[in-house]
Design a protein around this ligand. Sequence first.
Ligand SMILES: Nc1ncnc2c1ncn2[C@@H]1O[C@H](COP(=O)(O)OP(=O)(O)OP(=O)(O)O)[C@@H](O)[C@H]1O
Length: 308
Amino acid sequence: MSVKDLVVQYINNEKLVHAVDHVSFSCKENESVGIAGESGCGKSTFGLAILRSLQKNAMVSGQIIFNDMPILDMTDSEFSEKIRWKQISMIFQGAMNSLDPVFTIKKQFEEILKKHNFNGDHQKAISEIISSVGLSDSILAKYPHEISGGMKQRVIIAMALILKPKMVIADEPTTALDVLVQAQIMVLLKKLKKDGLSIVIISHDLGILSEIVEKIGIMYAGQIVEFGNLADVYNNPQHPYTIALLDSIPKIDESVQKTPLKGNPPSLIDPPSGCRFYDRCPHAMEKCKKDPPKIETSSGFVMCWLYS
Ligand SMILES: Nc1ncnc2c1ncn2[C@@H]1O[C@H](COP(=O)(O)OP(=O)(O)OP(=O)(O)O)[C@@H](O)[C@H]1O
C-alpha cells in the first residue's frame, strides 16, 4: 500500500477540522504498520479513510494505491464490490460493544455474508473463521451478553476476516481489555500475521505496537512526523515528539519520576503554520515557525528542522 499526500478535513459548524494533513508513506506486502499518537491526532480518521468509511462531513484528497489499484479513485460501488471487506477490512474502535444484543453471534455472521453476497457455504465459512480465532462453534448460538470481552473481540476479528481480506486495519484492538486478554489478542493477531495477513494497527500504546509491526508512523496533530522501521524509530528516535512519547513509557527500574510532556497538541481547526509541535518542543527555534522539511532517515523520514 502506498499513501500519497492524504488529506482529510471535516466540515464542522462551518469550520474545517484538519484531521489528516498531507500524510504519505508506503509499506510492502506482508509488512505491518503501526500508527501511534495521542488521542485526537487523526489516527482513526486515517484508518477510516483507507476503508472509505468516513462520515459524510469529511472531504478527502490524495491517493491510496493498494495492490496497484488507486482506491480513492474508484466509484463507491466498485470499491464496495472489489475492496471493502474482501481485500481490506477493519476492526473498528470499540466494535465489540456494538454487537447487536438481540441476535445470536451466528446470525450476525450470516448478515455479513448476505450483505456481501457471499455465495459459498455459509456454515463452513463461519466455522472455519471462528476456529481460526481460537473459538469453538458453541459460541455461535450465544448472544453477545453471554460471552466475555475477550471472546467478543475475537468475534469482531473473525467478522473482519470472514471474507479473507489481504489487509486489516485494527483500530485500538486491545483497548478496554484487561492485560491478560490484551496479551491473548496480540498472540492471535501475530498468528494471523504469520498466516499472511497485513495489519495496519492504530494504537496510542507503543508497547502493543512494538510486538507486531515492522514499520511505525508517529502521528502528531494530523501529520506523520516520523516514519520508519520499528527498531530505528524505537532505538534511535529523531523527532522530539517521538523522543518524548517513548520517554513517557514508565520503566520498572527507574528511580527518577518522569516529567510528562507539557501542554496540549494544537487545535485541528486552524492549526498554526510551521511545526505543530513548536509550543511543546524543547528544541524549538525561530525557523520552526516555518513548515518543517521532510528529511530522509535510514528507513523512512522525519519532519523536523533539527536535521536540515
Ligand atoms: N465526523 C467528524 N466531524 C468533525 N470532526 C471530527 C469528526 N470525526 C473526528 N473529528 C475530529 O478529527 C480529529 C481527529 O479525530 P480522530 O478520531 O481521527 O483521532 P484519534 O487520534 O483516532 O483519536 P482517539 O484515539 O481519541 O480515537 C479530532 O479533532 C476529532 O474531534
